[in-house]
Write a protein that binds this ligand. Structure first.
Ligand SMILES: *Cc1c(COP(=O)(O)O)cnc(C)c1O
Length: 379
């Protein structure tokens, strides 16, 4: 009932939108997150009234009081997801249920209200119909969606916000690697920490991101693109910049397992952001059954040892923006660890498994291959 009512209202709200057509950006000119579609989806919440009527209205500035708690105490969480055009011109979302669930988990972590998962996905579907012409066509192109929730209570008191706002904005984006993969170099960082068990590293809250920029700038100055975030006295590997981290290697002989190819990523211990891409890679790799797939802790000394013994096969970051991002080098404790790319193709900037994963996920996102049930959702 509620769903039906709000959907009708959202569409009705759209009927009153009179925006000029100014989508002129050519696919080749798209810069990530700089161009926005005509409209945005908004829903307001008040503690005593609950959620208000969702609106699809012209993209524009928000009107907020300077005392709004979002500005002072970081009451903000967000999602990153994409809408894809398939070859029949239909719009598809990739596992939107996972983004909606995570959005609510993030909101709960900072005492913001939850919005019914399925209903928000449907509203986003309506929004996509309205701004349909903003979804760029072609493999690698998509409309990046940024659902956001902020606390808007006007008060300097540190406490739960009694008002909140959801807004969803959309930005057309081109391929992350426009001219083929580009492997990155990482600076392993342990003096600054991105997240810790019991902290908020597993929630997509704004407060996690600003503190990581200074270390990133420091890494950039030394010629590395991203930080490899370490944690704890044993320097366990956690994430790559704002991506989940995967290593494909031959695991240790005589250890817990026999020497075998293994794809490993840190387990979700509360400090790791539970990526949709991460989960999808694990599911696909397990389905393939071609190598061992593990979610477990591993440390820099494990990596250094594997490097010395020539056991590292590939390494990559994973996230919605790029799907996979190959890693070619890690600077740690005064040494450079060189990560192999594709030994059979010297010109390639990505390993064989990295490419296989990228292609498999893209095929599903663009509807060229039927993936597991519920992964590619036509809106
Ligand atoms: C968003 C994000 C990821 C990737 O999540 P996806 O759902 O795969 O896009 C990984 N790490 C961090 C810190 C993130 O913010």
């Amino acid at each position: 009932m509620f769903v039906q009512r709000t959907l009708r209202q959202a569409v009705k709200a759209h009927a009153t939108v009179t925006s000029a057509s100014h989508y002129s950006a050519k696919n080749t000119e798209l810069v990530f997150g700089k161009t926005f579609s005509d409209n945005m989806l908004t829903v307001e919440w008040e503690a005593d009234k609950g959620w208000g009527t969702p609106q699809i209205r012209e993209y524009g500035k928000l009107h907020l009081d300077p005392s709004a708690v979002v500005f002072h105490y970081s009451f903000e969480c967000f999602e990153g997801m994409k809408a894809y055009k398939d070859k029949d011109g239909k719009t598809r979302l990739f596992r939107p249920d996972m983004n909606m669930k995570r959005f609510n988990n993030s909101a709960s972590r900072i005492a913001l209200p939850r919005f019914e998962d399925e209903e928000l996905a449907k509203l986003i579907g309506e929004f996509l119909k309205v701004d349909d012409r903003w979804i760029p066509k072609g493999r690698g192109y998509s409309l990046y969606l940024r659902p956001t929730m902020i606390g808007t209570q006007e008060s300097l008191g540190v406490g739960a916000s009694n008002k909140a706002l959801i807004f969803v904005i959309a930005s057309p984006v081109g391929p992350y690697f426009p001219s083929g993969f580009n492997a990155v170099s990482l600076l392993a960082t342990s003096d600054k920490v991105r997240a810790w068990p019991g902290g908020t590293g597993d929630a997509k809250v704004g407060g996690n991101y600003a503190p990581c920029i200074k270390p990133q700038l420091d890494a950039n100055k030394e010629g590395y693109q991203q930080n490899l975030w370490l944690f704890g006295p044993d320097h366990q590997v956690t994430e790559v910049g704002t991506m989940n981290c995967f290593v494909y290697w031959k695991n240790e002989k005589g250890g817990k397992y026999l020497l075998q190819n293994e794809l490993v990523t840190p387990n979700l211990d509360g400090s790791i952001l539970p990526g949709v891409t991460r989960d999808s890679i694990l599911a696909l790799a397990r389905q393939w059954g071609d190598f061992k797939v593990s979610e477990r802790k591993f440390t820099m000394s494990d990596l250094v040892k594997a490097d010395k013994e020539g056991r590292i096969i590939e390494m990559f970051g994973a996230g919605t923006a790029c799907i996979v991002c190959p890693i070619k080098k890690i600077h740690y404790d005064g040494i450079d660890i060189h990560i192999p790319l594709d030994p059979s193709d010297k010109t390639s900037q990505a390993g064989k498994l990295t490419k296989r994963i990228n292609d498999a996920i893209m095929d599903i996102q663009y509807g060229d291959v039927e993936g597991p049930k519920g992964w590619s959702v036509v809106v």
